[in-house]
Design a protein around this ligand. Structure first.
Ligand code: PMP
Length: 386
């Protein structure tokens, strides 16, 4: 059977018929700059810690792991204190298999039939999938032309739609746009008194800030995690997959009020985080500085690449670059056939991403060598398509 073929006699849910599995192509090419990973592998010290911790738990694998993953939750607390100056306790954090699972749990707990969720387009394309999978209606409010959040329109949409979940993303994917704290606070304040359609009076929406790329922000900029003690309706989703250079470990986490965490505990699968995953994540946190060692360099590379891109032209017009606080850049703005540029790049061994509004492409920061190949391939690809 062809990959993707679904026999017509299987009782697939009606709303899933003709849906495709989500995911960027996993193609074996020399330069992969399409899924916003950190290009630097774990240090030897991290690899040794992983070996040691997994050796320790291996003889206990006949038993289920700690369902509450308390040691790991303490590690999240310590990391958030160090990285974001957030003062939290273990009942205010919670882990899962990637922040994708964190956010799915949020939709399972707070979405559902008769409920709606709101995001600000363009944004991360998995949000509508969490909504679909939990029978939650998905709505979007448009961003400003420069991709910053249009706070007034977002608040207006919250008033009109009465969602139970407001999904904000900082920095946003695919645009890289940061959400200033003043804008976030306006939305949080509004949601503290906003209504949720179909729910009792006195029930208010929760605001999720997806901070998957937050470690790449300008140093000194606060994380929404610092607001968790102030706003009981705030959940800040984080991940080890990006700056923390641990995408393969599949560990995400959330900082929120203990009440929100207790709601997530209702919908989680029993023992959802394997003992191997917990041990691996703890090994990463044994060496936080090693894991984050290249973040500053990747940030500089982002600025240099943005500058270089702005100096390039396509059909006589300079390329546009969306200001980014993440490890990727959305660029172009006027690629009239972005698929052709993507294909030309791929032919030259460089995989980027067709995502975001028409006319734009996205590239994430690789090693210095990979970025040199990116620049060469993009120059040649634009000349080939023009
Ligand atoms: N949020 C955003 C904005 C993302 O871009 C991604 C990954 N592409 C995720 C969440 C999910 O990452 P993970 O499940 O690896 O934590």
């Amino acid at each position: 059977m062809n990959e993707g073929m679904i026999p017509a006699d299987l009782p697939l849910r009606n709303d899933l018929i003709s849906e495709e599995p989500y995911g960027a192509p996993q193609i074996d090419v020399p330069v992969c700059l399409n899924v916003n990973e950190n290009p630097y592998p774990p240090s030897h010290a991290v690899v040794r810690s992983i070996e040691k911790r997994i050796r320790e738990i291996a003889p206990t694998l006949n038993r289920y792991p700690d369902r509450e993953h308390m040691e790991l939750r303490q590690a999240f607390v310590d990391y958030l204190a160090k990285e974001s100056q957030a003062s939290l306790t273990t009942d205010q954090v919670w882990g899962a298999n990637g922040s994708n699972e964190i956010m799915l749990q949020i939709f399972q707990a707070f979405g559902g039939p008769g409920r709606a969720a709101l995001g600000c387009d363009p944004t991360y394309s998995m949000y509508p999938e969490y909504a679909r999978d939990t029978f939650t209606q998905w709505h979007t409010a448009p961003r400003n032309a420069d991709f910053t959040l249009d706070v007034d329109r977002t608040i207006e949409a919250i008033r009109a739609i009465e969602p139970s979940i407001v999904m904000l993303t900082s920095p946003n994917n695919p645009t890289g746009t940061a959400l200033p704290m003043t804008d976030l606070k306006r939305i949080l304040d509004f949601c503290q008194n906003a209504r949720v359609a179909g729910a009792a009076d006195g029930v208010h929406p929760i605001v999720v800030v997806d901070e998957a790329y937050i470690e790449f922000r300008d140093p000194g900029t606060p994380s929404a995690a610092t607001l968790v003690n102030t706003y009981a309706n705030l959940a800040v989703s984080r991940t080890m997959s990006k700056a923390f250079a641990f995408a393969g470990a599949r560990v995400g986490y959330v900082a929120a009020s203990a009440g929100i965490i207790n709601c997530l505990r209702i919908v989680r699968m029993p023992y959802h985080l394997s003992a191997v995953t917990q041990a691996t994540a703890l090994a990463g946190f044994d060496h936080t500085d090693d894991q984050l060692a290249q973040v500053g360099h990747l940030r500089e590379l982002r600025e240099q690449t943005a500058q270089w891109l702005r100096e390039q032209t396509y059909k006589g017009e300079p390329l546009e670059v969306a200001p980014s606080q993440s490890n990727f850049l959305m660029f172009g703005g006027h690629f009239d056939d972005r698929g052709m540029i993507f294909d030309e790049m791929l032919r030259r061994g460089v995989l980027i991403r067709v995502v975001g509004p028409d006319g734009w492409l996205r590239v994430c920061m690789g090693t210095d060598d990979e970025m040199a190949r990116f620049r060469e391939a993009l120059t040649a690809s634009m000349r080939a398509v023009e």
